[in-house]
Design a protein around this ligand. Structure first.
Ligand code: FAD
Length: 478
């Protein structure tokens, strides 16, 4: 057996602030990265071409980081439960290390791999937390159970100590030419493009791929945007949020590095307003963490509603509504603007994610799982825990619920897009409409026809009544 450790990257496409990778380095200088293109994921119907494009760009950058550090990143394509142990055995690696993930699929897969490695007598480091700041067991209620409501979670979580970033991987050694040949004979391939894998994305990316770009984005946001986050974050026409979500989803930036940046911004804060703004951004990081803990503690969330009332809820089935929503043709300007933004950019502003998810469930009365899936098929940052959490929050079926939270698209637009800037950007056929009417959607049928803009597919007032009736009936049953 050699002194080689393979480090298996999954949601940690970086060499700085990576706890599992540093644990490998502490054991040996000979650390080689590995990434597996998993057909179980790539061939599922939850994949967005934009996300694969971003991921491939991040892998290119990661390969470069490995070369700079003195080693290599191997790319495999196949079922990880087979190809990872096979590669480790072929290279007579002493160990395979990785960081743990909260998602049910990952945990099942990892258990199989652990067994295969054990059988071959290869060391492993599996239950290493890296992508969250505090592990689920640390954050418990007074009675020792898991939180199902965000506010008390935040109260507890925010008082717990958080680790500092760990050093960047440097000065390692990689495979020899002969070992590289063995790796190639056992499935190591050149990194394919997203197109090679069948994913076409010709648009721009909201964030440049790779660790360097993510760190630069964080630095810029922590120096400027974070100070006005409280004020700006709710307005979709304003570039007022960090746009770090894809980097955080793929672990292109370490969460400890992100937290450290918020602490430094706090130290530099000169006013109560900026301190409050930084605190608010920290709370968003805590939402991410809350949903990851939730997915870990309650893996059944991935399958459907958390609250009893919403299990077997009589959602309607209407393909016409579904298609109109997907394509941004509902006749509700703010909803259509948001859906078109996502279809074109692969990213949607958080305020709008809440508006369109509420519209999907409370106006179109469609099953949230369908909307959740469509988001996964479009978003650059599509992430099981955050997306599921956001959809269940909007559908009122999940944690921290208000029984019947319903967003009125017109008042949301009046409040958060008061000048109609966002709507005009994404729904160009409505550019000439008076702002007041644009926001309320008070556009006559004739005018809509003339502008080539659809009639509203449903009546918000009627639909919210139907939803409330369904909810009351369902509540009566259970
Ligand atoms: P910022 O406002 O700068 O926030 C910083 C970071 O905090 C984000 O990058 C993200 O990692 C985290 N964060 C912020 N808000 C939330 C939240 N409500 N829940 C969980 N994490 C949060 N986020 C995803 O990363 N992936 C998803 O698939 C996803 N789907 C969503 C679906 C719905 C229906 C809703 C309502 C929200 C969803 N979110 C999702 C959360 C949120 O909309 C995005 O994280 C945010 O818009 C990303 O932009 P940003 O990076 O500029 O965020």
């Amino acid at each position: 057996m050699s002194d080689l450790i393979l480090f298996w990257h999954r949601r940690d496409l970086r060499t700085s602030d990576n706890t599992g990778l540093i644990a490998a380095k502490e054991q040996t200088r000979k650390v080689v990265g590995i990434f597996c293109l998993d057909p179980n994921i790539l061939e599922s119907d939850d994949i967005a071409p934009v996300r694969v494009t971003y991921m491939i760009g991040c892998l290119q950058a990661l390969q470069k980081s490995y070369v700079e550090a003195g080693s290599q990143l191997l790319i495999l394509h196949g079922n990880p439960t087979q190809v990872i142990p096979q590669m480790a055995a072929a290279l007579t690696a002493k160990g395979v290390f990785w960081n743990w993930d909260v998602e049910p699929y990952s945990q099942k897969r990892d258990t199989v791999i652990v067994d295969a490695l054990k059988e071959k007598g290869i060391e492993f480091l599996d239950r290493n937390w890296d992508q969250i700041l505090n592990v689920p067991d640390e954050i418990r209620t007074g009675t020792g159970s898991q939180y199902t409501v965000y506010s008390p979670f935040w109260k507890n979580w925010s008082t717990k100590p958080k680790a500092k970033p760990v050093p960047k991987l440097e000065d390692i050694s990689g495979l020899t030419a002969a070992e590289m040949q063995i790796a190639q004979a056992n499935g190591a391939i050149a990194l394919p493009s997203a197109k090679d894998l069948g994913f076409i994305w010709d648009g721009d990316l909201v964030i440049e791929p790779g660790e360097v770009a993510a760190l630069e984005r964080l630095e810029e946001f922590a120096a400027t945007g974070i100070n006005s986050y409280q004020e700006d974050r709710n307005f979709p026409a304003v570039d007022g949020t960090s746009r770090l979500s894809a980097a955080l989803k793929f672990g292109v930036i370490g969460i400890r590095t992100v937290w450290q940046a918020t602490l430094e911004a706090m130290e530099n804060s000169r006013s109560d307003e900026t301190t409050a703004a930084i605190r608010t951004w920290q709370q968003e990081i805590a939402w991410r963490e809350f949903y990851q803990h939730a997915m870990y503690n309650f893996p059944e969330l991935a399958e459907g509603a958390f609250r009893e009332t919403f299990k077997n809820f009589p959602w309607e089935s209407n393909d016409e509504y579904y298609q109109a929503w997907c394509e941004g043709r509902t006749g509700y300007p703010i909803v259509d603007a948001a859906m078109r933004q996502m279809n074109e950019l692969g990213w949607m502003h958080n305020r709008c994610r809440m508006i369109v998810a509420s519209f999907f469930t409370k106006d179109l009365l469609l099953d949230p799982r369908l909307g959740e899936k469509y988001f996964m098929q479009k978003l650059i940052d599509g992430d099981l825990s955050a997306n599921n959490g956001g959809w269940q929050w909007s559908a009122s079926s999940g944690m921290d619920p208000k029984p019947v939270r319903i967003f009125n698209p017109a008042s949301q637009a009046q409040k958060f897009d008061a000048e109609g800037e966002y709507i005009r950007q994404w729904v160009p056929e409505l550019r000439s409409v008076d702002t007041g009417d644009l926001l309320t959607g008070n556009i006559t049928p004739l005018e809509r026809d003339a502008l080539g803009y659809p009639q509203p597919i449903v009546d918000h007032k009627i639909q919210q009544r139907i939803f409330k009736d369904k909810y009351q009936q369902r509540k009566g049953v259970i």
